[in-house]
Design a protein around this ligand. Structure first.
Ligand SMILES: C[S@@+](CC[C@H](N)C(=O)[O-])C[C@H]1O[C@@H](n2cnc3c(N)ncnc32)[C@H](O)[C@@H]1O
Length: 545
């Protein structure tokens, strides 16, 4: 939030202060040419307008942050210091504020940080801004010297749904850092914003003790220190400390850094792996220089998922899209396919709804043509659509058998073949079929002969294609889920069986569709290239009992 300043606190505020003085002198002096006064006014307008403009065009702060700001700037910090409640007199200008808070929040989002360390919390504006960007299980440890500030911030943290992610540690930051290092803690992001002369000690302690993970980010506040770090004549002790700190970081081979000229300067430092003279192989550097999690990304890949209108297929479509792929959402029900496409669009995922009954040859061909004409190819095919009709074997009709097989096995084969033809031509592809735990055990007490045998067929289909096509770059694997909590099992006939199933599952619960998402991404990505014809069983241990 921009507010009139008593003491210029940033390079721009210093400029405004100096230009105002210069303009006042020029205006008062009748012999100064108007042109010079006009230039001064223009420079003043540009400098004065900047912070206001940044404030106006930055996403507004949340209500708890606005309250924290108001409470901080209206507090009588002199009085609490005189009353001995704080060791030091804390200027309200210490607060991080709106634009910088949103910058930190954005960096947390971009870096996907889950564990954050803040050195110097003050009233918690920066801490809460960053916590707002953390996932529900994220954590921010804030180090602060003054116990009074924890009491001050906590009631507002408690009002925010994100406040519970913040843990405040009172004491000298260097002692707390050593304790965190001894406890083997590690962070994805660190914000250094406490006493300036100790910045270098905090930084060294963080890097020397691996408190920052590889590729992790350190943000350093006040790194321009009102512009004094680049002025020749430095008398200010804090400015000297910052200058030496900046020099040290610039020479440190363990990091890359940039100073953002926002407010009083924020240095963003990224930890990189130092050039290795011990070893420099793919295990150390990552295959193609990509870390294992990067290698699971699917950016630029084209995928389709059949039966993606609900349940497992919908979860697969989201997972592949989140990992970066374009996703064709294929379903027999156009409304369901459209709904999932709308969901994916909301997440910025390129997607396409395709209506197809995969038991029909023409539909499978049309599905493939539609995807190829839209995106040029297919890299990932998830053949997931399936049906299950229950009947005792002596009563199973040929019609039920045929229907089950024509979707579950014949349909899956047709999809594999259509996708395989495109993939073999380009020498690359990943096919992931949805089989079932029923391919391994006979689930009971429900009777489902056609389903069990069709899914056993899907595993053999997968093994055969997986070995036949691997040398031409196409991998075929399948996932065998246990009993998944989808709308299918909430039918009146199956509902009473749930308790019975639970007693057969070592994990003590049914599978959620989200339990299967990492598997489909793994089988779709390059990291699983050596895997083919595999049946990846995810059943909470049920097939082992
Ligand atoms: C610039 S303020 C921090 C602003 C805060 N990051 C925010 O978002 O508003 C600096 C804070 O560092 C704290 N501090 C100063 N020296 C410290 C030390 N040695 N150990 C821990 N905290 C310290 C001060 O009490 C003060 O609250």
């Amino acid at each position: 939030m921009f507010c009139a300043f008593a003491v210029p606190d940033t390079p721009v505020e210093v400029l405004v202060d100096l230009l105002t003085k210069a303009k006042d002198i020029a205006t008062a002096n009748g012999s100064v040419p108007t042109e010079l006064t006009d230039h001064l006014q223009r420079a003043l307008d540009i400098a004065t307008g900047l912070d206001d403009y940044l404030d106006k065009f930055t996403t507004p702060e949340s209500e708890p942050l606005a309250e924290l700001y108001e409470k901080t700037v209206s507090h009588d910090w002199d009085r609490v210091h005189k009353e001995g409640k704080t060791k030091f007199r804390l200027p309200k200008e210490c607060i991080t504020g709106h634009v910088e808070g949103q910058t930190l929040k954005t960096l947390v989002h971009i870096s996907h940080a889950k564990r954050i360390l803040e050195i110097g919390m003050f009233t918690g504006y920066g801490a809460l801004s960053m916590a707002e960007a953390l996932p529900d299980d994220g954590r921010l440890v804030a180090l602060e010297l003054e116990a009074y500030l924890k009491e001050f911030a906590q009631p507002i943290f408690d009002k925010s749904p994100h406040g519970k992610k913040i843990i405040v540690k009172i004491g000298s930051a260097i002692t707390s850092l050593r304790e965190l290092a001894d406890a083997g803690e590690q962070f994805d992001m660190v914000f250094i914003d406490a006493d300036k002369p100790n910045y270098i000690n905090y930084y060294k302690c963080i890097l020397d003790n691996n408190l920052l993970r590889l590729q992790g980010v350190i943000c350093v506040d006040n790194s321009l220190f009102k512009g004094k770090v680049y002025l020749r004549d430095i008398t200010d002790q804090n400015a000297v400390a910052l200058k030496e700190f900046n020099d040290f970081v610039a020479q440190d081979p363990r990091v890359e850094q940039v100073i953002l000229p926002l407010r009083d300067g924020i240095t963003v430092v990224r930890r990189v792996s130092a050039a290795a003279n011990i070893t420099n192989d793919e295990v150390f550097r990552g295959v193609m220089g990509r870390s294992i999690l990067d290698r699971m990304r699917l950016d630029g890949r084209v995928a389709y998922v059949t039966g993606a209108g609900q349940g497992i297929g919908r979860a697969f479509a989201h997972a592949l899209g989140e990992a970066g792929a374009n996703v064709a959402v294929v379903d027999i029900d156009p409304i369901k396919a459209d709904t999932v496409v709308k969901e994916l669009n909301l997440k910025g995922i390129h997607s396409l709804a395709v209506t197809a009954d995969i038991s029909k040859f023409e539909d499978v061909q049309r599905m493939m043509d539609c995807i190829v004409s839209k995106w040029g190819t297919v890299h990932i095919g998830c053949n997931n659509a399936g049906i299950n009709m229950n009947s005792a074997s002596e009563d199973t009709t040929l019609d039920e058998w045929d229907k089950t097989f024509s979707v579950n096995l014949r349909g899956t084969f047709m999809c594999c073949q259509a996708a395989g033809r495109v993939m073999l031509k380009q020498g690359y592809g990943k096919i992931i079929n949805t089989a079932s735990m029923a391919s391994l055990i006979v689930p009971h007490p429900q009777k489902q002969l056609s389903y069990n045998t069709s899914k056993a067929g899907v595993v053999k289909l997968t093994q055969t294609l997986g070995t036949e096509w691997i040398d031409r770059g196409v991998r075929v694997n399948c996932i065998s889920p246990g009993i998944v909590d989808t709308p299918l099992i909430h039918s009146e006939s199956l509902k009473p069986l749930v308790q019975r199933w639970l007693s057969d599952i070592p994990a003590g619960r049914l599978a959620q569709v989200t339990d299967l998402q990492a598997a489909v991404v793994y089988l779709a990505c390059d990291a699983s290239d050596y895997m083919t014809g595999h049946n990846l069983v995810i059943e909470g241990g049920q097939s082992l009992w």
